[in-house]
Ligand binder design. Structure first.
Ligand code: MOS
Length: 763
């Protein structure tokens, strides 16, 4: 791959600047290679065969027609597939994804412990589960043959109706949900003593991620070493998991992902297809490419679980919260217990003495859910922020005023100070730009022609997390830098923002930095999930570039031939590709000159960067505010969203352009969540009904009006050495509630079940 480098005007600092993506040209010219695009000679193509029942056993598979079909190399079934020594077996009681046993990024690492379906047994646990694999010379031949496989099942009654499914109360502390029940104060007393209460149930449906790039793997063995070109948000967990399945040490597996075409959580860890592709490649003695079909993106690679959330709020007459109770029930599969942590924000968002949160699971015969676009906070803020709006109406109070009245000056759950919080400024900025003060609070009071106009708002929040991360950096003899970290580019602009961080710390331009990522032979980094990359990998890049700068400074100070020889270290600055002591014209030299005189070899440093004591002393969260205008056709029930105004405080902005894109993307997905997205399961067969982009509705350009974003200036060095808190997921949080609240204001109809469709509005 050749990297496009456009010379840019010199800037003292590039951090924060709205730089174009350094990989933009590669992407738009097709030069950016995605997993399925690597040119590997002699590659065979695999297509997964999926179950057509939701629960039972595969009795037999007739593969004779498939085996005779043109181009077919081999057909794998549960009966002829090699046993994988480290493959987990689905048991009678679904386990929680275990392994590293903690919330946050560590729990995401625990994804490597999840239970995939690897043709190791004959069990069927959802409709669409991988039960076979056809390998052929072309994709078309493999797909054709996959359709010829005939399967006999023993059918069992599937559990598909979540309202009738038994509730499962996980006893243990779950790695994702934490403690099942968390209380402070006495919520019953708080509700009993309240002057005004609101208690309602809010429902969010099954959803699927639908990144543009479907999950893809290209598996190539050389001896007992495996290379996987993979579409993933987490190269390390894919490496570790696949290695374990084959009984290999992780160093025998290399995972490569230079570009990932969206993931939204579905690529946060490995599923089944990576190991199946590797298994097939080993058996047929050729590299194997496995690209899921769009339909296979529904089930085998996770989705958002359905949630049913009961929220009770109590307040005094003047709007002081006296109680919050939030119980969430979410669906999981019968393969693995997955918890959508929908109640987390409820414990920290508002000051309140009496709080109780709790979660339960409903096990149904669907694919195992996973992280999806701010898992927990997006579904959880829909419930909490809708309930807050209902409370504001019950109190006849402005929704912003109600939130300000209960503003948490420190984390009400832990009692710790915030590492930073500018939520007041977010409300202020977004409300002012929106024109909120002109709002007539009366529902159904505003019209524009035939349209009812509604204005609503909600609070956004997401944890600011940081995980250990490593990086290596070299100053090259030509004065450019080469920086590497085993992170992922999932569309956020990581190549660009990391180049900016390194450039500033080294006193060179981003165009002089070659930043590489996406291979497990680079220093280990966390998965690009949970909005951790800016703070985690960003800190590692910052730290490695500072360490490299210091090493170069030492080299100069100790070199009798250097013009900087004998200068005081603290006087030395790196800028414009050179070191200068005390700003003196005769005490300066370029990196290139320094290296040329000192052996002409690259100067290299490696760092391992990890969160410090601050992570224990402070509560770390990002905050924001979302204000929405909707227009509703009162006869047809059509909802339009012409205008959304946001303000977010997410720490230092590394790149104003890519950060804004993150928020805009999150808001667009929020519109999808509020108005369009829902995965439908046939209640008789468990079949995913709308498993394609024609029937699973996501917002298109025509659905989106103006999105006016702003960031509150903030640098949070408690969270990360670059001051960033992460901007990946907060953008979607609060959006669905903000829209639902605006719909209520427009129509007087409170819709508590997403998506807000015509029939839910008109009936
Ligand atoms: Mo995110 S849903 O943790 O990719």
């Amino acid at each position: 791959m050749t990297w496009h480098r456009k010379p840019r005007p010199k800037r003292a600092a590039s951090l924060g600047q709205p730089l174009d993506r350094v990989d933009g040209r590669l992407k738009v010219t097709g030069g950016a290679r995605y997993a399925a695009e690597f040119a590997v000679p002699n590659v065979a193509h695999a297509v997964i065969v999926t179950s057509t029942i939701a629960r039972g056993r595969v009795l037999s598979m007739d593969t004779s027609a498939a085996e005779k079909a043109p181009g077919v190399i081999k057909v794998f079934t549960p009966f002829n597939s090699p046993r994988l020594p480290g493959a987990p077996k689905p048991g009678p009681k679904p386990p929680a994804p275990s392994g590293q046993g903690a919330q946050g990024p560590a729990a995401r690492g625990a994804l490597s412990m999840r239970v995939p379906t690897l043709l190791q047994d004959d069990g069927v646990r959802y409709n669409g589960q991988p039960i076979g694999l056809v390998v052929a010379d072309t994709f078309e031949h493999a797909r054709e043959a996959a359709n010829l496989v005939r399967v006999r099942y023993e059918n069992e009654a599937a559990v598909l109706d979540w309202s009738k499914a038994p509730l499962n109360r996980p006893e243990e502390v779950h790695p994702l949900g934490g403690e099942r029940t968390v209380t402070r104060g006495d919520v019953s007393q708080g509700l009993a003593g309240a002057a005004v209460t609101v208690e309602q149930t809010y429902i969010t449906p099954l959803e699927n991620h639908n990144p543009m790039e479907v999950h893809s793997t290209l598996a190539q063995w050389e001896g007992d070493s495996l290379t996987l070109y993979e579409s993933t948000q987490g190269i390390t967990s894919v490496r570790n998991t696949v290695a374990r399945h084959f009984g290999l040490t992780p160093d025998k597996v290399r995972v490569v992902a230079y570009f990932t075409g969206g993931g939204f959580g579905s690529k946060g860890g490995p599923w089944s297809h990576e190991t199946l592709a590797a298994m097939a490649a080993r058996e047929v003695g050729r590299p194997v490419k496995l690209v899921l079909t769009r339909r296979q993106m529904f089930g085998p690679v996770g989705g958002r679980p359905r949630t049913e959330q009961r929220v009770a709020l109590g307040a005094s007459r003047d709007g002081v919260l006296t109680a919050i109770r939030h119980h969430s029930k979410s669906t999981t599969s019968t393969i693995e217990d997955w918890v959508e942590p929908a109640t987390s924000q409820t414990r920290m968002l508002y000051e309140c003495p009496n709080v109780e949160t709790q979660y339960d699971l409903v096990r149904v015969n669907v694919g195992t859910p996973t992280f999806m676009r701010a898992p927990g906070e997006s579904t959880g803020t829909f419930a909490l922020e809708s309930a807050m709006d209902e409370l504001a109406y019950a109190l006849k109070m402005d929704p912003v005023a109600l939130r300000l009245k209960n503003y948490a000056e420190k984390d009400p759950e832990s009692g710790k100070p915030w590492s930073s919080k500018s939520l007041r400024e977010c409300y202020e900025s977004a409300a002012t730009r929106f024109g909120w003060s002109r709002r007539n609070p009366e529902p159904r009071s505003t019209r524009d022609g035939r349209w009812l106009v509604g204005w609503g708002m909600a609070t956004a929040t997401y944890p600011a997390r940081r995980a250990p991360a490593g990086a290596v950096a070299r100053m090259m003899p030509d004065g450019t830098a080469w920086v590497r970290a085993g992170t992922q580019e999932i569309g956020c602009g990581t190549y660009t923002s990391m180049s900016q961080i390194a450039a500033d710390a080294l006193g060179i331009t981003p165009a002089q930095v070659r930043f590489e990522l996406g291979s497990t032979d680079m220093p280990e980094n966390p998965a690009s999930t949970g909005s951790v990359t800016a703070a985690s990998t960003g800190s590692a890049i910052h730290d490695v570039a500072v360490a490299l700068r210091q090493k170069l400074i030492q080299l100069a100070l100790n070199d009798p031939q250097s013009p900087l020889h004998g200068s005081i270290e603290s006087d030395v600055r790196a800028a414009d590709g050179r070191l200068t002591a005390g700003g003196l014209l005769n005490r300066t030299e370029t990196f290139a000159a320094l290296i040329a005189r000192n052996g002409g070899q690259p100067v290299e440093v490696t760092v391992a960067s990890r969160p410090g004591a601050d992570s224990q002393q402070y509560s770390m969260h990002s905050f924001g505010a979302v204000f929405t205008e909707v227009r509703v056709d009162p006869e047809l029930g059509i909802v339009r969203v012409p205008r959304i105004v946001t303000a977010h405080a997410v720490g230092r902005i590394l790149n104003a352009k890519t950060a804004r894109s993150q928020i805009v993307g999150g808001v667009v997905w929020g519109v999808g969540m509020a108005l369009e997205e829902e995965t439908l399961i046939d209640p008789r067969t468990g079949r995913y009904v709308n498993a394609d982009l024609a029937e699973y509705h996501v917002p298109v350009n025509a659905d989106i009006g103006t999105i006016d974003t702003a960031f509150i200036e903030q640098v949070d060095e408690h969270v990360s050495s670059v001051g960033a808190k992460g901007v990946g997921e907060i953008g979607i949080t609060g959006v669905a509630a903000s829209i639902a609240n605006a719909v209520y204001h427009a129509t007087g109809k409170r819709v508590r079940e997403l998506p807000i469709r015509v029939e839910r509005l008109l009936t």
